[in-house]
Design a protein around this ligand. Sequence first.
Ligand code: SF4
Length: 472
Amino acid sequence: MMNNKNTFSLYIHWPFCRKKCSYCDLNSHVRDSIDENVWIDGLIKEMHYWHKFTAHYKMETIFFGGGTPSLIQPKNIEKIIKTAKTLWKPYTNSKNNHLYIGSNNLYKGREIDNLYKNDEIEITLETNPSSLEANSLREFKNAGINRISFGVQSLDDDILHLLNRTHNAEEALKFIQSSLDIFNNVSVDIMYGLPTHTLQTLQSTLDNLLKLNIHHISIYELTLQKNTLLNHQIENKELFLPCDEQIANEYELILKSCKKHEYNRYEISSFSLPGYESRHNQNYWHSKQFIGIGPGAHGRIFIENENDLYSIMQTSTNINESTSVNKNVSSNQSADFTIIPQSELNKSKNSYNSYSNEITSKKSHYYSIENSKIPEKWLEKVQNKHNGLKVFENIDIDTQIQEFIMMGLRVTDGFSILDFESRFQVKFSTITSQDKINKLLDHNYIEINQHNIKLTYSGIIRHGAICKYLIF
Ligand code: SF4
């Protein structure tokens, strides 16, 4: 693996949507009109700002997320991509990257080697499969996008209406189908655990999507967020969430359907044909560096030069050199830890602390970047200071270790203990106890092969609880 400090991924956030989906608490906003060029200038200005401190890094991927970034005109997408490529050299070393699998392979009739040729890197655009947003697919391809990701959520019109989506099922299928003639890498997001969902509606959505031979599918459980219309509807008993048993059955159905259609689960919520794993998201899960540009965007970056550090700190609103970012290990999985006794869990809370002095005394040069969320506030900052920073915060070593383990165990291949030790200069055995490892092995929740640790099939659905047990 190339040194994590030499490469990064670029995330561009476009915060505008045509309307707000009923479940959404992402940083997305509806505006009557905007002057697009002013916002594009802001994004480019912020890219130049971060380039000053990262000129020597190579860029592995670009991801346009939102909001709805496909509302940006293709000519402006091209402008951003060209600027990024002018500022940073691409990182395309395929030899040591396990993601770049396949050589002269055909899979379902498609070539899977040379997915990206020469110095091409993965460049993803999120879009909604509605005529208002997806009509420009070919123009986006010409602008430099080589991976398209559709927010479909469901192919049931009643559910789409309930979620306040901009598309219907027919439109979604039409645009996904035409995108497969244009792009060699098409991803779709769907959701489960939705109100009024039945196993039949989910099965039908999965069948209709997977038989198209899309390359990648992400499947997320609905998380009810405060201050959303859906939450209000649930609280008022206008709608009802499915029970735990229904959710578990839906998850089983997803696993079976993906397996039947030969999609490989490579992360808790992500499935792909071989070779089409999302490289951008893999970089998050492998705790690599990323720079977030745009309102509310986040980043993680090494800054070792004291002058650079001083310069950044001069321009952010809320700087914090000494305290770490949020240490709570949160979980989107319900913690089913009944097999391991509570006394054991309590005991585990203290063992990490007893090892942590050695770790926390090490100097960390790793920083969390967080931009202002309100678009107009971000724009004002960028126009005045060339960045939209709200928080720039040091991440101490033990927080980095927690993030590394939690993110690394999301992927089905887990992580290399050697990579862990090389990154943190600390033995893995000092951050947890052999006793805990043995217990997790006994319960068949983890597997350790050579120098790799990963969760098993039954471990991955207890991801949050196991991470907590291992590191606290
Ligand atoms: S399109 Fe996406 S970002 Fe926009 S409101 Fe809907 S879920 Fe949120």
